[in-house]
Design a protein around this ligand. Structure first.
Ligand SMILES: [Fe+2]
Ligand SMILES: [Fe+2]
Length: 446
């Protein structure tokens, strides 16, 4: 079924074509964002669209200002208007289908626009697919689209693009906007992004996608051998089928969320280790122990393992990312954890439970659920798993002398032990006595 939604933008009326499968469950919809000097009626979208429909996924498409059938004034073609229109279209779609997951497919300039928008606004896409993205759009524009007339273009304030049959008059200000919005200046992308790029692309260099994928570890780059900016029909068909399959598959299966969060945390720990003054190895000295202990506790308490695992991985994220003070790291941690989980499209009903684990991890006394208790107790038990770290802390951070180290450790052990929840303390009692016996050569009074 096809429906055209007409909405008034800041420039003119935008027509959004929405195609829905016959018995659509309203679960997923992909918004298509076309390239420079193209439009919503590009053949590629009809091909991809048909594949999406066959997988029970709807799609929507629209045309950017001053493009194809939407020939307004050439001054309307600004980056700002393209961003505003894309956001407006997406908002319209989300309002019409409030329970539908939205994906995005950006081609060439549309790919650049998608990357730009990801950094400007919160979107929460279930899939982000970029077809031959123009990552360095300013350079591409200068080299190919403004062409030999670039100097003239700058001088007279506009130029004519003869790229396709339709000549386009472009304001020089558009190029300046591109120069001021380089993707390389926008920092790391934490979203899962799928890029297809022809290795012999004659317009948007393949190397730019390769560099992007190397920098952003959650980006997957599919390299198409011997393909340029316009794919051969055979490859295009394959691309359409794969994109539809990718959108249809629920990539965020239970274990995959945990794996993805683990990847994010490990990378953040690496960044901390390399850049922070103390070069502390958060993963190997703390998080991995908390994670292991939390899993054991989750099994003993019959808690939801996925919630506990995610809570354990994320609990100290504010310290790892050096956001705010140590005193408030549970508060800041909750906010950062939310951003991470949103970027992974983690189900909202479960997200709240994970976030509470982060917020309440500093004492099991604050725990309102078994999952929160597991994370809070695991955070303490981790200290007993890494006694060398306690010695390091005694000698190197707190300047404790050899003669005083036993007393200092004993105090730490006792405090930790007493901070455990009642049941965990009982379970842990024997191990605690053994540790005290070996490390302190005495049995702490229990
Ligand atoms: Fe903490
Ligand atoms: Fe911790």
């Amino acid at each position: 079924m096809q429906e055209t939604i007409k909405v008034k933008s800041r420039i003119d009326n935008i027509e959004i074509d929405v195609f829905t499968p016959e018995s659509w469950d309203e679960k997923k919809l992909v918004i298509c964002c076309h390239g420079f000097n193209s439009g919503k009626n590009s053949d590629t979208y009809t091909l991809i669209g048909n594949e999406l429909l066959s997988k029970n996924i709807a799609y929507a498409k629209f045309t950017l200002p001053y493009h194809a059938e939407r020939r307004t004034d050439y001054n309307d073609f600004t980056l700002e208007n393209c961003v505003a229109d894309s956001e407006f279209v997406e908002r319209t779609i989300r309002e019409k289908y409030p329970n539908t997951k939205i994906g995005i497919l950006g081609t060439s300039f549309g790919g650049y626009l998608t990357l730009l928008r990801l950094k400007m606004f919160q979107h929460n896409y279930f899939a982000i697919i970029l077809k031959s993205p123009a990552i360095k759009m300013d350079e591409i524009f200068k080299a190919h689209l403004a062409g030999e007339e670039f100097d003239k273009f700058k001088e007279q304030g506009y130029g004519i693009n003869h790229h396709k049959a339709d000549d386009m008059r472009i304001n020089y200000g558009f190029y300046e906007e591109l120069e001021n919005h380089k993707i390389s200046d926008l920092g790391e992308y934490t979203e899962k992004i799928l890029i297809y790029h022809g290795m012999t692309d004659d317009t948007a260099p393949y190397e730019d996608s390769l560099a992007f994928a190397n920098k952003n570890k959650k980006t997957t780059l599919i390299s198409l051998e011997n393909e340029n900016h316009r794919y051969s029909r055979e490859v295009l068909d394959k691309f359409c089928r794969e994109v539809a399959d990718y959108c249809a598959t629920d990539l965020k299966e239970k274990s995959e969320f945990v794996e993805e969060v683990e990847r994010v945390i490990k990378r953040d720990c690496d960044t901390y280790r390399m850049n922070a003054e103390d070069h502390y190895d958060f993963w190997n000295e703390h998080i991995k122990y908390v994670y292991e202990e939390a899993i054991c506790l989750a099994q003993n308490y019959h808690a939801d393992e996925e919630i506990v695992k995610l809570g354990a991985l994320l609990h100290d994220i504010a310290l790892i990312r050096k956001e705010g003070t140590r005193e408030e790291h549970h508060i800041n941690g909750e906010k950062i954890a939310k951003d991470i989980l949103l970027s992974l499209s983690y189900p909202e009903e479960k997200m709240e439970r994970v976030l509470k684990c982060v917020y309440n991890h500093r004492s099991s006394k604050n725990a309102n659920s078994t999952e929160e208790l597991c994370v809070a107790d695991a955070d303490i038990l981790a200290h007993f798993d890494n006694i060398p770290m306690l010695f390091n802390s005694a000698y190197n951070r707190n300047n404790i002398s050899l003669g005083d180290v036993r007393g200092w450790l004993k105090d730490c052990f006792e405090k930790d032990y007493n901070d455990l929840s009642d049941t965990t303390r009982k379970w842990f009692k024997e191990r605690y006595q053994l540790i005290c016996d070996i490390v302190l050569h005495e049995t702490n009074k229990i």
